[in-house]
Write a protein that binds this ligand. Structure first.
Ligand SMILES: *[C@@H]1O[C@H](CO)[C@@H](O)[C@H](O)[C@H]1NC(C)=O
Length: 338
C-alpha cells in the first residue's frame, strides 16, 4: 500500500489538506516564526500538513490543526488572544520588544505546570551590536497551570532570560529555541540554534544547531559545540536552524526510524527569484552525534507553499510521521493561501 523504501527519510509527500490561513505573527522576512505565535500579528502564514506512509485523513488534520489563538481542548473559541504580550512586565524584561516561536510542553506529571520556552529580545539589536533581521536573540521561559494563562518565569540571566548568546562561539550573536526534549530521568535537553560573527551576506545568518541541558528549565548549560552545521556547497550551506527533535521513545513504532533520534530542520537558498526554503533531516543514536540524511521537503513550485518549507512540527501518528509546516507562497514576502 505504501512505499517503504530504504530512502524512507526522504519520502515526504505533501498532503492535500485544506487547512490554511493561520493568521499570525509578522515580520518582513518571510517564513519563520512560529509555532504558537504569541505576539501581535501583521501577516499571514499558512500551515498544511504532510504525511508519510499514511493517507490523508481529515480527522487527523482537524484534531491536530491549530486554530487562530491556538488553544488546548476546551479552550474558548473566537478571536485569537495573545497568550504572552511583549513588554507586559515592563521594559526591563529580556523580551520587552518581541516574544516568538514558543515550544510548549504539557505537564509531564499530573498537577505539574505547562511549560513554554520561546525566543525574543528587548531591542532592535542582537549581541555584538549587530542589527537583528530575525525575531531571535535570547531565550526565556513561561509557565501555566492550564495552558491558557501564562506567566513569565524569571531565568537567571539579565532581564530574566534563560539562555543568551555565547561570548565567542558559533552562537555569539543570537540564539533561538527549536525544541525541548524531556529525558526519562527528568533532565531537559534544549535543541537551539544560533548565529555568530560569520556568514554571508549578513553576520548572524550562518546559523547552527546546538544543545543545552537543564534540570529545572531555567538554568541551562551548553553541551559542547554545534551539533549540526551548514555544509559546504550542499542545499544547507547557508544555515541549519529551527530544529525539531523526536527521541527514540517516540520513533519506536516508525518503520525505518525505530530506536533512533530524528531531527528535522530548515535552511534556505538564495536563487535568482529570491529565497527558497528547504527542510532537511538528521539521525542520531544518542541525540548528540548526528548524521544528515539530506533534504526531505522543499518548494512545491506552486500554491500556498510554492517557495518551500519553513518552521515545522513532526509527530508520530499510527506509526507514521505527520508534519505540520509553515510555508511562503510566491505572491509576497509572507505566505498566504488566500
Ligand atoms: C539524565 O540522563 C542524562 C543522559 O544520560 C544525563 O546526562 C543526566 O545527567 C541525567 N540526569 C540526572 C538528574 O541524573
Amino acid at each position: 500500500m505504501h512505499t517503504r523504501g530504504r530512502r524512507a527519510e526522504r519520502g515526504w509527500k505533501a498532503g492535500c489538506g485544506p487547512f490554511s490561513g493561520w493568521n499570525c505573527c509578522g515580520h518582513r522576512l518571510a517564513p519563520r516564526v512560529v509555532w504558537l505565535v504569541l505576539a501581535a500579528a501583521t501577516c499571514t502564514i499558512s500551515l498544511n500538513f504532510v504525511t508519510r506512509w499514511s493517507p490523508y485523513r481529515t480527522w487527523s488534520l482537524r484534531s491536530l490543526a491549530p486554530r487562530p489563538g491556538i488553544s488546548p481542548r476546551g479552550a474558548p473559541s473566537g478571536r485569537p488572544q495573545p497568550l504572552l504580550v511583549p513588554r507586559k512586565e515592563g521594559p526591563q524584561w529580556w523580551d520587552a520588544r518581541n516574544s516568538a516561536s514558543p515550544v510548549v510542553k504539557p505537564p509531564s506529571q499530573a498537577g505539574g505546570p505547562w511549560r513554554m520556552w520561546y525566543y525574543g529580545r528587548a531591542g532592535a539589536e542582537w549581541s555584538k551590536g549587530l542589527k537583528a533581521f530575525l525575531p531571535t536573540g535570547r531565550i526565556g521561559c513561561a509557565e501555566s497551570d492550564d495552558g491558557l494563562k501564562w506567566r513569565r518565569r524569571k531565568g537567571p540571566l539579565e532581564g530574566g532570560a534563560c539562555l543568551d548568546p555565547s561570548e565567542e562561539g558559533f552562537d555569539c550573536v543570537h540564539v533561538g529555541v527549536g525544541d525541548v526534549v524531556e529525558l526519562p530521568n527528568g533532565t531537559l535537553w534544549m535543541y537551539y540554534f544560533g548565529g555568530g560573527l560569520d556568514g554571508l551576506p549578513n553576520e548572524g545568518i550562518r546559523m547552527q544547531i546546538g544543545l543545552a541541558t537543564s534540570d529545572d528549565g531555567l538554568t541551562w548549560h551548553r553541551a559542547g559545540d554545534a551539533l549540526l552545521t551548514p555544509s559546504g556547497e550542499d542545499f544547507d550551506a547557508l544555515f541549519v536552524a529551527w530544529p525539531r527533535v523526536l527521541p527514540p521513545w517516540q520513533t519506536r513504532d516508525v518503520l525505518g526510524l525505530s530506536g533512533k533520534w530524528y531531527m528535522t530542520y530548515h535552511t534556505a537558498q538564495f536563487g535568482p527569484e529570491g529565497l527558497r526554503w528547504t527542510a532537511g533531516a538528521a539521525l542520531s543514536e544518542d541525540g548528540l552525534v548526528w548524521s544528515k540524511v539530506g533534504p526531505i521537503l522543499g518548494p512545491s513550485g506552486g500554491g500556498w507553499d510554492a517557495l518551500g518549507v519553513g518552521v515545522r512540527h513532526v509527530l508520530v501518528k499510527d506509526g507514521a510521521l505527520t508534519m505540520l509546516y509553515e510555508a511562503p507562497s510566491a505572491s509576497r514576502g509572507c505566505a498566504s493561501t488566500r
